[in-house]
Write a protein that binds this ligand. Structure first.
Ligand code: GLY
Length: 586
């Protein structure tokens, strides 16, 4: 078996530099995809010279691109794109949710902003347990599932620190879209897929099923209540959401539906600057989001385990390659699920988890020929699922870069729309360990550290990330939706580029797999692995689980939005075809 366990990294650093440079110069590598795989290995990315925005929606990317053309920097463009996503991607990118932003300025300054939702002050540890001690549906659907939204506080704080254009100018394009936009295929599909979910609460039906049906392609979708909310935010900034009439509408909605979020919760919401997680991977630097997201720390832990294997020497998606990924990921997720949580409430061992020494320790427990059962790595059981999250990546003409992932958690969040305010509220409370040791909706089995407490932020998997090449220059800006799969989606794109020399488009088009420790199975996209590879993996002791579309769940894994800076300074952008966003540059 051509696996080389390397104790030093000098050769692999050299190899990776050679491979990545080769990958930058060609837009695709030697890698081919399985015969029945739907995406091409040869497709070209979108190219730009002066700036680029890639997001989960074409309208939103165009809004950000216009801001760049008007002289705004990457943070300005990211703010405008975020607000636009709140309008055109309401199932995922919403001012009723929370998010994380990673920034790297052209001078090398890095920053990470945590605007994750928080548990309301009236929340309690066992609030979702029924009389039998089982987790109830209340953590996922309805008013009790709602965490205090953080998006407006986050965008306001990012603008205060880094913005250059007027705040109002960054909200205006979203107001215009809320007043009416022509529905395209992606939006029509998402509304169609939501089906009966949009009929649970009357204000949601009134907002998203005008005249009793979801707007179809070519129809104009108007959201007047949302436009009014955005006007308040444009005029009054943060306070336009957390105080005044919008706050009154949110609290009235809570009172109507038995929720516990109060004016005090809203008034106290604030975004927090944190130090990004930064680690080396084969000479490259990964800059990502620290807790309250688990994304950066878990990504870094995976990188530290896998850095000791020469992945690039393996056949892409051979049994040996998939085995190593799955074994490293299950170990990293076991630690994530046990230890990570809101750092303002719990002591968490991030430094140790991402260290060389710990990576080597974990790597040494990997058997190159046999799968280690997850129960020998850590505790728990359950199924896995995708979430409704959205991502945007921006690079401006100066080389400033921003990576933002936001979420309302499930598809259309809690399904609750704030009556009169026109936006969906999150169901982020399910990202806590509502019952420690038992699975949440993603099948993630999380521990005591992430138990519910008043004012605490729930652990996330969101992984907005920026990668710098060995010369200290920007290489990649990326992130993805995908619930528990977000971290492995981001890792695969990084490894596709660094280890396998793929270009940005080819990397996104490549088939994806996933392992999250529990359930103990390698999930794979339909058509992504050959029958021979699957048989070899099963013989090694892996349980294989094909992603199958059920209801509103996608059969594919993730929806990566990425920009890659090429050696000549031009920008190559790609939005995943899996759900259908867009790269827009100039
Ligand atoms: N709601 C998905 C996440 O934050 O990981």
């Amino acid at each position: 078996m051509p696996l080389l366990l390397r104790h030093g990294i000098r050769f692999s650093v050299f190899l990776a530099v050679v491979l990545a440079l080769a990958g930058c110069l060609r837009e695709q590598s030697r890698i081919s995809f399985p015969a029945n795989w739907p995406y091409s290995a040869d497709e070209a990315p979108v190219m730009a010279q002066a700036g680029m925005v890639v997001s989960t929606d074409e309208y939103a990317s165009a809004v950000g691109s216009e801001v760049l053309k008007a002289g705004g920097n990457a943070v300005d463009a990211a703010i405008a794109t975020s607000f636009a996503l709140a309008v055109v991607n309401p199932e995922a990118g919403n001012i009723g949710g929370g998010g994380f932003m990673v920034v790297r300025l052209a001078d090398g300054t890095t920053a990470a902003l945590d605007y994750r939702e928080r548990a309301p002050l009236a929340a309690s540890r066992d609030m979702y347990l029924d009389e039998a001690g089982e987790l109830s549906e209340a953590s996922t659907v309805g008013h009790l599932a709602v965490g205090v939204p953080g998006v407006v506080a986050g965008l306001w704080e990012a603008h205060r620190r880094f913005g250059t254009l007027e705040w109002q100018a960054l909200v205006d394009p979203a107001i215009e879209l809320a007043e009416g936009f022509v529905v395209r295929e992606r939006q029509a599909r998402q509304l169609r897929m939501a089906g009966e979910n949009l009929q649970i609460f009357p204000a949601t039906a009134a907002t998203f099923l005008p005249g009793g049906k979801a707007p179809g392609v070519g129809e104009t979708f108007r959201q007047p209540d949302l436009a009014a909310t955005l006007k308040g935010i444009g005029l009054n900034g943060r306070d336009g959401f957390y105080l005044g009439s919008t706050a009154d509408l949110i609290v009235a909605e809570m009172e109507r539906g038995g929720g516990i979020l109060t004016h005090e919760d809203l008034a106290r919401m604030e975004a927090v600057w944190r130090d990004p997680v930064e680690v080396a991977y084969r000479g490259y630097r990964l800059i990502s989001m620290p807790p309250t997201s688990s994304g950066g720390a878990t990504l870094a832990a995976m990188a530290k385990i896998l850095e000791g294997f020469d992945l690039g020497s393996l056949e892409y998606h051979s049994a040996g390659h998939v085995h190593l990924l799955a074994e490293a990921w299950k170990r990293a997720y076991a630690d994530r699920n046990t230890y990570l949580a809101d750092p303002d409430f719990v002591e968490i061992p991030v430094d140790r988890m991402v260290s060389e020494e710990y990576g080597a320790e974990r790597r040494a427990t990997i058997d190159l020929d046999r799968a280690t059962p997850s129960l020998e790595v850590g505790p728990g059981l359950g199924p896995a699922d995708d979430g409704e999250t959205t991502h945007l990546s921006v690079v401006d003409a100066s080389g400033n870069a921003v990576s933002i992932t936001t979420t309302i958690n499930s598809f259309f969040g809690s399904k609750v729309t704030v009556e009169g305010a026109g936006f969906i509220l999150n169901n982020e409370m399910d990202d806590f360990s509502g019952r420690p040791g038992y699975p949440n909706q993603y099948g993630l089995v999380q521990g005591e550290a992430n138990a519910i407490a008043p004012g605490k932020r729930m652990l996330s998997a969101m992984t907005p990330t920026i990668v710098v090449n060995p010369d200290g220059e920007l290489l990649l800006v990326l992130g993805s939706p995908g619930g528990a799969t977000i971290i492995t989606n981001v890792f695969q794109q990084i490894s596709n580029v660094i280890d396998f020399g793929m270009g940005v488009r080819q990397g996104l088009n490549a088939p994806r797999i996933h392992h999250q420790h529990l359930p103990d199975e390698v999930q794979y996209e339909p058509g992504s692995l050959t029958p021979e590879v699957m048989a070899a993996l099963e013989a090694m002791g892996h349980t294989m689980d094909e992603r199958i579309r059920t209801g509103d769940v996608y059969p594919y894994i993730g929806d990566v939005q990425a920009i890659m800076r090429l050696p000549d300074g031009s920008l190559a952008g790609a939005s995943d075809h899996r759900r259908g966003g867009a790269a827009v540059g100039h």
